[in-house]
Design a protein around this ligand. Structure first.
Ligand code: HEC
Ligand code: HEC
Ligand code: HEC
Length: 134
């Protein structure tokens, strides 16, 4: 009697553990797929050098801070030109500079942000590029 119950409990446990861990195990593959932000926009395709305003590493890690600085410089100091680390000037504008090159917000910015579960509120005011509905 006892042994029989024990067996049932063990089978029950195995099924339970299996069901309980399945969603996690199943998601491991998906969760580890890093998003691949697409840079094949018309403006970027026209560039001779496929470069951002700063290096890719810098942009990946610091674009939020850079955007904050841009906003402060533009709004508080009226500064409208950003000179990058290579001495190249760029107009300080989220819409007309960043989003001119990265006109594919959904396939670029949103790819990473959805993955990281961040949702910048910028587009409440700033106009996101017009895109084909997908
Ligand atoms: C002149 C076109 C151009 C402008 C303007 C531009 N970008 Fe980029 N951006 C690129 C290109 C090209 C890359 C890919 C660089 C590489 O692969 O080395 C890139 C890369 C990036 C990355 C890194 C993507 C990754 O895969 O890690 C981020 C983040 C980014 N840009 C954000 C911005 C933001 C924010 C702005 C405005 C402050 C901006 N970009 C302005 C062309 C541009
Ligand atoms: C390579 C991935 C990647 C790409 C591409 C990318 N972002 Fe981000 N972005 C992030 C991550 C990760 C964070 C959150 C960083 C943190 O919380 O420290 C973030 C945060 C931000 C924030 C701050 C939001 C907040 O609530 O703090 C802004 C603004 C932002 N991104 C704008 C942009 C714009 C505009 C683009 C497209 C031009 C873009 N990002 C493309 C990864 C990316
Ligand atoms: C409540 C509305 C509002 C929100 C939300 C907002 N902005 Fe702005 N932003 C403005 C206004 C207004 C200006 C001033 C426009 C000008 O002077 O040309 C501005 C200017 C800027 C500028 C410099 C000038 C330009 O045309 O790009 C940057 C960069 C900028 N904002 C980035 C951001 C980022 C990044 C976010 C999200 C983290 C954000 N803003 C959220 C209203 C907003």
């Amino acid at each position: 009697m006892k042994i029989y119950d024990g067996g049932k409990i063990i089978v029950g446990l195995i099924v339970f553990v299996g069901l309980f861990t399945f969603p996690f195990v199943y998601n491991i593959g998906k969760a580890n797929v890093m998003p691949e932000p697409k840079i094949n926009t018309p403006a970027i395709n026209e560039l001779t050098e496929k470069k951002c305003v700063e290096s890719k590493q810098f942009m990946r890690a610091e674009h939020m801070q850079l955007l904050n600085q841009w906003r402060d410089w533009a709004v508080r100091k009226g500064e409208r030109v950003y000179v990058n680390s290579e001495g190249k000037p760029y107009t300080i504008s989220l819409q007309n500079t960043c989003m001119h090159c990265h006109s594919n917000k959904k396939e670029f910015c949103d790819q990473c942000h959805n993955y990281m579960a961040v949702n910048p509120y910028c587009w409440n005011c700033h106009i996101a590029p017009k895109e084909k509905e997908s």
